[in-house]
Ligand binder design. Structure first.
Ligand SMILES: Cc1ncc(COP(=O)(O)O)c(C=O)c1O
Length: 370
């Protein structure tokens, strides 16, 4: 029996230690310039991120939530419109649709990849449907070409929720470069995370990018001249400077996560259901999610062995109290509900060591997870 080892769910200290000096210098640069609101570092990072994703524009905003809301508004989604999204997502996707005044309509997932099922998406479309928000959940791109085909047939706006998929590729192209626009979050634990809140919208559409620049800053075109009603949701200049330091490391961090996933799956396969990476899709494992019938027992046993885990997400959106007015009930989305009862996210971050992976895998085996 090996000694107990604490394995955290994520370890941001391990990520920051090797780049601490660069981060300090970047922060000091902003402090010395004093351009704290929409300063030079924001424009610089927007250019770098657009080039990374492969879009003409990137517009930095306050959060991933705001990125979804503002993208929907920039593409003309209005109160009363219906917007279809996956039943299995983080609540922000749905609350951002509600914030626009639109009605979220949910569609069940493909149980293999946890992404919206394109056939169920098609079945959810009504004459009032205006947009679709596919979610690249856990770091695996959705079948975006199938989603785009359905959307184009019905003349729908597509806003990708890429909050968990920075750098993931579908047939060689980055998630976030397929839809009319895409929303990213820089919540600290994301694959590309800030030291606080942050978000960005990528798009090829010149008019939407200009509109987003107004919307995020009180509709202001020239100081104290306001063209449209907007909000205050600007990517913080200090965060942009930090993100510019981190972005060149992202592909390397994602490659490390992919290696860790292979190592986990080799050790765990047969004992629990391991993640399915669909053909043509490069999963960047924002989360490494296993499935087992005895999920709660397994989580408790891992806790006693000091392995931190998470459940993403224990209560599906349609069964959340906050979404009662949408009128859904238990049984409406069987694949989502089955996954919610079985999923467990294991520790996953680029700096995970072989010893930690071995320890976690052995602990899952010892817990009798099958
Ligand atoms: C799928 C998804 N959408 C949206 C968001 C919202 O991002 P934020 O927390 O930056 O508002 C998140 C992350 O938190 C997310 O995981």
């Amino acid at each position: 029996m090996i000694a107990t080892m604490h394995v955290p769910f994520v370890d941001l200290h391990a990520q920051h230690a090797p780049i601490a000096r660069d981060i300090d210098l970047a922060i000091r640069g902003v402090v010395e310039r004093g351009d704290f609101i929409l300063g030079a570092a924001v424009e610089r990072f927007e250019g770098e991120f657009a080039a990374f994703i492969g879009t003409r524009h990137a517009v930095g905003v306050g959060t991933g939530f705001d990125a979804i809301e503002l993208a929907l508004r920039a593409f003309g989604v209005e109160p009363g419109d219906e917007v279809v999204t996956a039943a299995n997502t983080f609540i922000a996707t749905v609350m951002a649709i509600v914030a626009v005044g639109a009605r979220p309509v949910l569609a069940d997932i493909d149980p293999a990849t946890y992404a919206i099922d394109p056939d169920r998406l098609a079945a959810a479309i009504t004459p009032r449907t205006r947009a679709v928000v596919p979610v690249h959940l856990f770091g695996q791109p959705v079948d975006i070409e199938a989603v785009m085909a359905v959307a184009r047939r019905h003349d729908l706006v597509v806003i990708e929720d890429a909050a968990q998929a920075h750098g993931a590729r579908y047939n060689g192209r980055r998630a976030g470069s397929f839809g009319d626009a895409a929303a990213f979050s820089f919540y600290p634990s994301k694959n590309l995370g800030a030291l606080g809140d942050g978000g960005i919208i990528t798009t090829d559409d010149d008019r939407a990018a200009a509109s987003l620049r107004l919307l995020r800053n009180y509709g202001q075109r020239v100081k104290y001249h306001h063209a449209v009603p907007g909000t205050n949701s600007r990517l913080d200049t200090l965060q942009a400077a930090v993100l510019s330091v981190k972005l060149p490391h992202l592909d390397g961090w994602n490659a490390a996560r992919r290696r860790h996933a292979v190592a986990y799956s080799a050790r765990l396969g047969g004992r629990v259901r391991t993640p399915v990476a669909a053909a043509g899709r490069e999963h960047i494992y924002h989360l490494y999610v296993i499935e087992t019938e005895r999920r709660d027992v397994l989580q408790q046993r891992l806790r006693t062995r000091q392995v931190d885990t998470g459940i993403h997400y224990p209560v599906p959106v349609h069964l959340q109290e906050a979404c009662a007015s949408l009128g859904y009930k238990a049984g409406d989305f069987p694949a989502t509900e089955a996954a919610a009862a079985r999923m467990l996210s294991l520790p996953m971050f680029a700096e995970l060591t072989d010893a930690q992976i071995e320890y976690v895998s052995d602990a899952v085996g010892a817990a009798g997870a099958a």
